[in-house]
Design a protein around this ligand. Structure first.
Ligand SMILES: [Zn+2]
Length: 242
């Protein structure tokens, strides 16, 4: 869409001053967009005056403020891990502590309270990072596969073959699937969530093997398969901010 004009405007509203980017475009209706960084865009059709856009922002000020506040609270960057003893690692909703152990043999294990990183040189950041990441990938594979096998049982009567599991780091979703290719991709960060949250995502993806879209039929099937899916979804969203 070609932008015909862009300018920054500021209006006084009952929720304080709001600065926004005014754009004139070849469109039919006034459009409001709020980016994750909090910037506000209002685009208007060619023949609409700036003052109309101002009034529009004023009328929507509460909504805009809320949206910007929500985005900002989500924007807090996840602190970089340092891979030092005492640091937190979350697995299946449970917080555990890292313990760095100087050892001739390099591996990671856990007793359910600590995650022990055995490493030759405890000051070697990249080595510790790789050891932990590899171990977490293994945990994802083991735990997600186990859940996928359990859930798959319920889909056998529908003629669904056991799909291939792929792991990825995703920033905007928990999972995705390619029903035609028989692939389910899960976000690695799901490993931090309680088991029922992971199950919810797996059920959701499996239901797509029968209904590819988010149709009424899709949700009816999900409801039958996992009656408390809404609670698990809520818990997941409260638990981890993507
Ligand atoms: Zn879906």
């Amino acid at each position: 869409m070609k932008v015909l004009l862009t300018e920054t405007r500021k209006v006084k509203t009952e929720c304080g001053d709001i600065e926004y980017i005014f754009e004139r475009k070849n469109i039919k209706n006034i459009n409001l967009r709020i980016r994750h960084n909090g910037s506000i865009f209002v685009s208007v059709p060619e023949n609409v005056a700036e003052s109309i856009a101002d009034s529009f922002v004023i009328s929507k000020c509460r909504y805009i403020r809320n949206a910007v506040d929500t985005f900002e609270s989500n924007e807090i960057p996840k602190a970089e891990m340092k891979y030092v003893s005492g640091e937190n690692v979350t697995l299946l909703g449970k917080n555990m502590r890292i313990s760095i152990i100087k050892d001739a043999e390099e591996y990671v294990n856990t007793d359910g309270i600590y995650v022990y990183i055995h490493v030759r040189r405890p000051d070697y950041y990249n080595r510790k990072k790789n050891l932990l990441n590899n171990w977490l990938n293994e945990q994802c594979n083991i735990i997600f596969s186990e859940i996928m096998h359990e859930v798959h049982q319920k889909f056998i009567p529908y003629g669904v073959d056991y799909p291939q599991l792929k792991l990825r780091n995703m920033t905007s979703r928990w999972g995705s699937c390619l029903p035609n290719k028989g692939i389910i991709t899960l976000n690695k960060r799901l490993i931090e969530a309680p088991k029922n949250c992971i199950e919810y995502v797996v059920y959701h993806e499996f239901c797509h093997f029968i209904h590819p879209n988010h149709s009424k039929q899709f949700y009816s099937l999900l409801q039958v398969m996992l009656p408390d899916w809404r609670e698990s979804k809520q818990l997941l969203e409260n638990h981890i901010v993507l």
